[in-house]
Design a protein around this ligand. Sequence first.
Ligand SMILES: [Fe+2]
Ligand SMILES: [Fe+2]
Length: 138
Amino acid sequence: MFIQWQADVAVHHDGIDSDHQRMFELVNDLYDAMQTDAPRDSIGKTLQMLMACTREHFEHEDRVMQEHAYEHRSEHGRKHAALLAQLDTFVQEFDNGKTAITPETMDFLKEWLVQHIRRDDMKLAVFLEQAAGSDSLP
Ligand SMILES: [Fe+2]
Ligand SMILES: [Fe+2]
């Protein structure tokens, strides 16, 4: 296993956490594919799944931000757009044979996935926790 989903990246929102776990799984699948020298087309399929999963996840997170009137929603949304563009560029380069799954590109994917969760999703998590706390007041 390349990266492990752990409590320190939990945002304590079941839907968001399970999306993140799925994304970790797909990045781990890419790592396994590298280790086992899997054929390019099967790696390409996993990358497409990661793209689809990411798109859905960002939409999902955006709905959660909207529902809770999160004050940093638009800034967070811009970060999602930038992340999606980065992944899209990587997948296109992969499809064009300009890049491959290597230890370096795995590190890129790891940072791509983990940094945003740590920096930005965690801020959202704190906000959601506070919102939940105030909802329970009499
Ligand atoms: Fe996010
Ligand atoms: Fe997220």
